[in-house]
Write a protein that binds this ligand. Structure first.
Ligand code: PLP
Length: 378
């Protein structure tokens, strides 16, 4: 059996050995960070030290960061905060999101609709960038929040968050960005961006799952999602996940955006050239000027889910862009939003590379893919 090759770093990343070591050490800090005795104080110090490291990277104050359980939770908290304004304060509430958001935004606004919160979807152009004229035209007098992701998980397109945020600010509208895919892959400085809220997730940067972060410019703009004790400035009740928070600090210390970009861009260009050279009738959808690690490619005449299953059998770990819903396979909403026809949409695979990816792996993947595609097309 040939070696398995992992090509799905946008889904999650392997934990770096040094981070695993830190996690094991972190298990020994078993005190509850809210306890006043020495063990509790030790756990609290661990937590605050990570918060300070992250604040230095993001360019914010440590007390503007909340530890959550995931990027999904961070996104939910920002959006669901608005239920209070609608239901308790009886204000009209309208939200703008982009057409290529992650399901943790898309599905959450659908829930908000049941509370009377309205939303509109900002279209993107065929390269996946926000259509600025359409964006400006969609603001209403009751628009309270814009939520637009910084980098897309399927096509890697990166938005000009600074500009989008400035437009929202001119209209006194709060701005949230889901930076789950961007963080670690590009510079993310909240002060430069000007955002009010920003979400990120530890497992995308070679750290354990079950830890997310929410940057909040000002606590008065947010409501807790979980109620209970007074953890995280009463913004997120629940005993903090100290081992993961300790390991996350080590993962943060390993971040080197410039070398990450150079490495993944090099791997990606090798992969794309090999694909072009060896497999006919393919169409690329990813943004070349976006995330350096992402390749979205359709293989004409081949059903993406079957292709991904065949890849699995041949030792290639890769995703399709589509989602399974009630037994049916839905075309990717991201590819639809950039105008990709459904048949091409459903023949797409998303490859995403990372720190451990190599050019040799690219050669092996293309070699195996060529065989699979020829078989499936025959
Ligand atoms: N937002 C984006 C853009 C993502 O790609 C993901 C995960 O793939 C999430 C949010 C959810 O993050 P988590 O897995 O930490 O809930």
């Amino acid at each position: 059996m040939s070696k398995r090759i992992y090509c799905d770093y946008n889904a999650t990343t392997p934990i770096l050995p040094i981070v695993q070591k830190a996690f094991m050490k972190g298990l020994s800090f078993y005190g509850n960070a809210s306890s006043l005795y020495a063990l509790g104080r030790e756990a609290k110090e661990v937590m605050e030290s990570t918060r300070e490291s992250l604040a230095a990277i993001l360019g914010c104050y440590p007390d503007q960061l909340i530890f959550t359980s995931s990027g999904t939770e961070s996104n939910n908290q920002v959006l669901k905060s608005l239920i209070y304004d609608k239901v308790v304060l009886k204000k009209d509430v309208h939200i703008l999101i982009s057409a290529i958001e992650h399901s943790s935004i898309f599905d959450t606004v659908k829930v908000l609709l049941e509370y009377g919160v309205e939303y509109d979807v900002v279209p993107v152009t065929e390269n996946g960038k926000i259509d600025i004229d359409a964006y400006k035209a969609l603001f209403r007098t009751d628009t309270r929040l814009v939520s637009i992701m910084m980098a897309n998980n399927e096509i890697g397109q990166v938005q000009d968050i600074e500009l989008l945020c400035q437009i929202a600010r001119e209209k006194s509208v709060l701005f949230h960005t889901d930076a789950v895919q961007a963080f670690g892959k590009m510079d993310v400085k909240v002060t430069d961006l000007g955002v009010d809220f920003l979400s990120l997730s530890a497992h995308k940067i070679y750290a354990p799952k079950g830890l997310g972060v929410l940057f909040v410019k000002d606590d008065s703009m947010l409501k807790p999602l979980l109620d209970g004790a007074h953890h995280e400035r009463s913004m997120r009740a629940s005993t903090e996940n100290i081992p993961s928070i300790f390991a996350f600090k080590t993962a943060l210390e390993q971040l080197d955006v410039a070398s990450y970009q150079a490495h993944t861009a090099d791997v990606r260009s090798t992969f794309v050239s090999l694909l072009k050279a060896h497999i006919p009738d393919i169409v690329f959808h990813h943004a070349l000027a976006g995330l350096t690690n992402t390749v979205s490619v359709s293989f004409e005449g081949v059903f993406g889910h079957h292709l991904a299953m065949n890849c699995d059998l041949e030792g290639i770990d890769v995703s399709t862009g589509s989602a399974c819903s009630v037994g049916a396979i839905e075309p990717s909403h991201v590819l639809r939003a950039i105008g990709v026809a459904d048949d091409i949409n459903q023949s797409t695979l998303r490859f995403s590379f990372g720190l451990m990816s190599t050019k040799q792996e690219c050669e092996d993947v293309v070699h195996r893919l060529k065989r699979i595609i020829a078989r499936m097309r025959s």
